[in-house]
Each structure stands twice: as C-alpha cells, then as structure tokens.
Design a protein around this ligand. Structure first.
Ligand code: GLN
Length: 392
C-alpha cells in the first residue's frame, strides 16, 4: 500500500514511545521505556475530578481553561519559579504540554522562521516544527564527566537573522540536565540580541535531585516579555493520562497561542481541570513524597546499571537515566541503541528507549540507552533482578 500520510509526517514514522511500549507488552517486559508512572496520582485530585463529574461540570470548559485552574496555575507558578502571571490574559490551559508546544509553534511562528533547539530533543518538538513549517537549528548537549552540556560557540552559531525562537527544556528529558543560571543567561542574551522568543518546556520543574534548583528563563532580566513557559500536571502529580498542561506568556504572545489552541482542541476535559486545580492548590505534600521516592529509585537503578557495566551520569532532574551501553552491548555483539532496545524486552524482559530517535544525526545517540525510573520500588527491583540475570 502506498502511503496516504502527508509528506510533513513521513520522516517521523510511529513515535518511539508507542513502539517500545508495544514491544514491552508483547514480551511482558518491565516497561522502563515510555515515561509514565506505574502508580496512580493522589486521591485528592481524583476525588475532586469525580466530584466535578457528579456536580455537572461536563460541558466545554472556557477556551483558555477554567478560571479556578488558571488561578491555581498562577499561584503554583509564583511559588515554584517566582514567575507572576495574570490568569485572565497570560495563562492558557492546553491538552498536556504537548498541545501547548504545538499551539505555541503554530500560533507564534511563520513558515521559514528558524528555531534553535537542543538535542537530544523530545520527539514531538521536531514534528511540531514540521507542522509549523519552521526550520530547526540543533545545538547538541554533549556528554561531560558528570552530565551533559552545550558548547557556547555552537549555541551562538545556531542563531542568525532568521531565528525567531529558542526551544529549551529544563529539567531536560532525556539527559536529566538542569540548566544552570549561567547557561540560561547565555541563552537569554542571544535571545535578546536576536530579538526572538524563548519557548521553555518545564514539565519536570519539580522533579529535582541532590539540591538541584530549577530556574525558569522567564525570570531573567528582559526575558519575561519574550518567554512562553510551558508545564503540566502530568509529571508532578503522576497523572500523565489527564493531559492537563498550560502555557504562560505575556498577553501579546498568549493571543497567538490561543489563536491556535482554539482550533486545535478548543478546550481540555472540564472535570480534570477541576481535579488539577485541587492538586495545584493543596498537593504540595504529595510532590514532596513523590520526589523522595524518585530519589530512591534513581539511586537504586543508577547503582545497578553502573554495577552491570553501563556508564551512568545521574540526572539532576526528570525521571530518566541516559546510560552509555557499549561495555554491556559489546559483549553481546549488539552495535547500536536500537539493537540493544530491540534485544532487551525479549532477552532480558526489560524495555528501554533508544535515544537516537532524539537526535538530528541519529548516530550521536546510538551509544546511549534511556531508562525511566518513575516506577514503584517493586518494579525497579524486578527490572534490576532481570537485568542482572541477563547480563550475568
Ligand atoms: N514524555 C514521555 C517520555 O519521554 C512520553 C510521552 C509520550 O509517550 N508521548 O517518555
């Protein structure tokens, strides 16, 4: 059958997340591939959503989101990163951060514009750029002794007179990098010099380790007026299936984002907006508990991978470990990340993500494998037991 799919999507195929979760299910593997918790979010959120259904909040929400949720997002964001936002003119509730990214690009960029984007990148970024007809300029986060970092000259070289936006993600999926104030400052300076906007995906804003501090580029001098901050409730409250995200931007940028959002999804599930508002207003203790659990899972999995021969750089934020696999896969005659990730579910009973899917030049990612540790202790224990058996 010849394809009927539009040309703009042909380079992207099926997302690696669906592919690897399907492979995990086929082999009944412990799924450390797609990043979603294998436990439920807090009861207080679920109860508020159920009550909203029973109370009759079942018709379209207002296009920019329910006023209660926008108020809750404003207060939450002010506490979390010190960004002040007007709920009426500067906050838009979207169908997860993924729709927020799409609405931002479609609503604010014109075909032919260039966007500076760090790689490895979250796969939807690239597909959204194709939908918006804009050209990506990639800046690689190179492995360092204990993490990943961009090179200053490469960053500066990616900007030119056609640059309209820089897309950043901090804490970063999949490397776990939390951009330092100095790194953000250099990005902000280039943004101001080239008069472009910053699109800042901060969905892992609260998932931080070893005292790492998340800063939003919007808080740097001169940046609030040119930044779109994107986040969501999915990661922070373990409710990835709710798809409640938001975009915070000055009114002039919000107008563009809403222009696209109204025709993409118009609005997001009303009862779930009520549930999310309850969590943002009262779920602080839940976040603390969750992050201390993730800190334990990070150490447990990181140590086990290290003992098995993987080269591990522990993430400072997010719930992923990007490990170098050569010492392990060489012994098995497996060459790339894709080889290893196809082998793992069947032979080890564990699934992971091949990060080459997140690079413009896939071979840059082929030495890595990404494991998600947003799981219950029993799940991580079982994955470690299986990996030890397979690699013994
Ligand atoms: N953000 C999740 C991850 O990186 C997956 C999201 C998705 O499946 N589209 O694993």
């Amino acid at each position: 059958m010849t394809t009927q799919t539009a040309e703009r999507f042909l380079p992207f195929g099926t997302t690696i997340f669906s592919e690897m979760t399907a492979l995990a299910n086929t082999h009944r593997a412990v799924n450390l591939s797609q990043g979603f918790p294998d436990f439920d979010g807090p009861d207080m959120g679920k109860d508020a959503a159920k009550k909203a259904i029973d109370d009759g909040h079942n018709q379209y929400a207002p296009m920019p989101g329910t006023p209660e949720l926008r108020e809750a997002i404003a207060a939450w964001t002010q506490r979390a990163s010190g960004v002040d936002a007007d709920p009426m003119t500067e906050i838009t509730v979207t169908c997860g951060c993924t729709e927020g990214i799409a609405a931002t690009m479609l609503g604010l960029l014109n075909p032919g514009d260039e966007v500076v984007v760090f790689e490895p990148y979250y796969d939807s970024y690239r597909a959204c750029m194709a939908m918006a007809g804009v050209t990506p300029r990639f800046v690689t986060l190179h492995p360092t002794e204990d993490g990943f970092a961009y090179n200053d000259d490469e960053l500066a070289g990616a900007f030119n007179e056609r640059t309209r936006a820089v897309l950043i993600n901090t804490p970063h999926n999949p490397t776990g990098v939390v951009f330092s104030p100095a790194q953000l400052r250099r990005i902000a300076d280039l943004c101001i010099t080239h008069d472009c906007i910053a699109i800042s995906d901060e969905v892992y804003e609260r998932i931080l380790f070893e005292g790492a501090i998340h800063e939003s580029i919007a808080t740097l001098p001169g940046m609030r007026a040119r930044t779109v901050v994107l986040s969501s409730a999915g990661k922070t409250f373990s409710l990835t299936g709710w798809k409640i995200g938001w975009a915070i931007a000055p009114a002039i940028l919000t107008a563009g984002i809403r222009s696209a959002h109204q025709f993409l999804t118009f609005s997001t599930a009303t009862p779930l907006q009520h549930g999310a508002a309850a969590l943002l207003n009262g779920g602080e203790d839940e976040v603390t508990k969750l992050v201390s659990h993730y800190a334990r899972m990070r150490s447990l999995l990181g140590e086990a991978l290290g003992e098995l021969g993987f080269r591990v750089r522990l993430p400072m934020g997010s719930y992923f470990i990007m490990a170098e696999h050569a010492p392990v896969s060489d012994r098995l005659g497996l060459k790339s990340d894709v080889d290893l990730c196809r082998w793992l579910p069947e032979h080890a009973g564990v699934a992971a993500i091949p990060p080459s899917a997140f690079y413009s030049n896939p071979s840059d990612g082929s030495g890595f494998v990404r494991f998600a540790f947003c799981k219950q202790s029993e799940t991580i224990d079982e994955a470690i037991r299986r990996l030890r058996k397979a690699f013994a």
